[in-house]
Design a protein. Structure first.
Ligand code: FES
Length: 177
């Protein structure tokens, strides 16, 4: 934008502001399409090997572990077992970040939650939406154990429905004390 498109205070005109907003919307829309295509591509990939299930059983309740690079999932140790959450915000698909120092939104631990940097949606460690404009909870990635190895299948996403407290949980007893 040239200097003569700004007013005497160095501010852009309303028309230019709207034009920029429109351009920003186009860029953001294009990013969303790109992310959606990326998800489609990801869905064509197979299950992700996460490692020996014993290693996950012994994690303290409340621990959040990112999946292997590119897997787009978090594994959460909850009281009843393990839960794998998609890192894709159900809003526009932006990657949701772990915020281990933030106040907790659940009773699993005093600190830690997930945060969507695009629109500031907040999710607890169960992936439940606690604040912000995202349309629903984080999607759940299906987990299974085969011969002692934990696998996640990012192609098999579960969309949680209200009040469903057990969806997608892989039951695990607590480690023997
Ligand atoms: S993309 Fe996460 S709330 Fe909009």
């Amino acid at each position: 934008m040239s200097a003569d498109e700004k007013n005497e205070f160095g501010q852009i005109s309303r028309r230019d502001f709207l034009r920029l907003g429109w351009a920003n919307g186009v860029v953001r829309g294009a990013e969303a399409v790109e992310r959606a295509l990326g998800q489609t591509k990801k869905k064509a990939e197979g299950p992700v090997r996460l490692g020996p299930v014993e290693r996950f059983r012994s994690l303290p309740v409340g621990t959040v572990q990112p999946g292997p690079p590119g897997s787009r999932l978090y594994v959460v140790r909850i009281e009843k077992g393990l839960l794998a959450l998609s890192t894709r915000c159900p809003g526009d698909g932006y990657p949701v970040a772990r915020r281990p120092q933030d106040p907790s939104e659940d009773s699993l631990a005093p600190h830690g939650r997930f945060y969507c940097p695009a629109d500031a949606s907040i999710f607890d460690r169960h992936g439940r939406l606690r604040a912000g404009p995202a349309p629903r909870d984080l999607d759940i990635v299906t987990l299974r154990v085969n011969e002692g190895i934990l696998w996640a299948d990012p192609a098999a996403l579960l969309v949680r429905t209200d009040g469903d407290e057990t969806a997608g949980i892989l039951p695990l007893e607590s480690p023997a004390k």
